[in-house]
Design a protein around this ligand. Structure first.
Ligand SMILES: [Zn+2]
Length: 128
């Protein structure tokens, strides 16, 4: 519950609000367990299931512009607004990590756009 409240009930990667989602959000290991990540409050994030699934056990992902491997967005270490911005219903990366995270977690797929349109009707999009 502390994790959920800290996240304001939104996925810490894509900012999706849990209220319109039938699926329960996941508690995600920012540094994956397989890479030594601990189950401490500091290393846990509130996460939409699809984001968690696509992130899997990765810590680094490919920036589509430079093709370099860059760190995936880190909800504790990084400031969300430094890495991402909204362009209508689309999420845009401000940094290599932002761009790479959007690509890796498929944050602009058709279903995400539909969800953001629905969220707008319920006044939970764009996130404050
Ligand atoms: Zn998400």
């Amino acid at each position: 519950l502390a994790i959920q409240n800290r996240a304001n009930h939104r996925c810490e990667y894509c900012r999706m609000h849990q209220s319109l989602q039938g699926a329960t959000f996941h508690i995600e290991h920012i540094v994956p367990k397989s890479r030594g990540g601990l189950s401490t409050l500091e290393n846990l994030a509130w996460c939409f299931p699809s984001c968690n699934l696509h992130k899997a056990d990765r810590s680094d992902v490919v920036d589509p512009d430079s093709k370099n491997l860059v760190p995936i967005f880190h909800p504790r270490r990084d400031e969300w607004k430094d890495h991402f911005r909204w362009n209508g219903y689309q999420l845009r990366g401000r940094t290599p990590s932002g761009r790479a995270t959007i690509l890796a977690l498929k944050l602009n797929n058709d279903r995400r756009i539909l969800i953001r349109r629905a969220e707008e009707r319920f006044d939970v999009f764009p996130p404050a």
